[in-house]
Design a binder for this molecule. Structure first.
Ligand SMILES: [Ca+2]
Ligand SMILES: [Ca+2]
Length: 107
């Protein structure tokens, strides 16, 4: 009876150990995913900033329609109009310029 009990207890302990390992692993995985998500976002921000600074040729912190059109190398009226429409859409405070917060080249 005593030995049976001991085996049972060992089995229970083993089950808890396995559950503990799975949970620890899951936590690691979640932490890894969170970290990755964050670094991707940071990367995205850096890329966005680099593009913004490249387009902002007079470095005033705002992208004018001309800067956008020149930066994107638009030669045809169609492309120029599209950029003007995109600027209009992205320009949420409607000052006619894109500041960094309004600038999202992936959209
Ligand atoms: Ca500018
Ligand atoms: Ca604006």
């Amino acid at each position: 009876m005593f030995t049976e009990n001991k085996f049972f207890r060992m089995a229970v302990i083993r089950v808890f150990l396995v559950i503990g390992l799975i949970l620890a692993d899951l936590d690691d995985t979640m932490g890894f995913l969170r970290k990755r998500e964050k670094s991707e976002q940071e990367l995205d921000n850096e890329a966005r900033e680099a593009v913004f600074n490249q387009l902002d040729t007079d470095q005033d912190g705002y992208l004018s329609l001309e800067e956008l059109q020149t930066g994107y190398g638009s030669t045809t009226d169609g492309v120029k109009e599209k950029i003007a429409r995109d600027l209009d859409k992205a320009d949420t405070n409607e000052d006619g310029y894109l500041e960094f917060d309004e600038f999202n080249p992936t959209h």
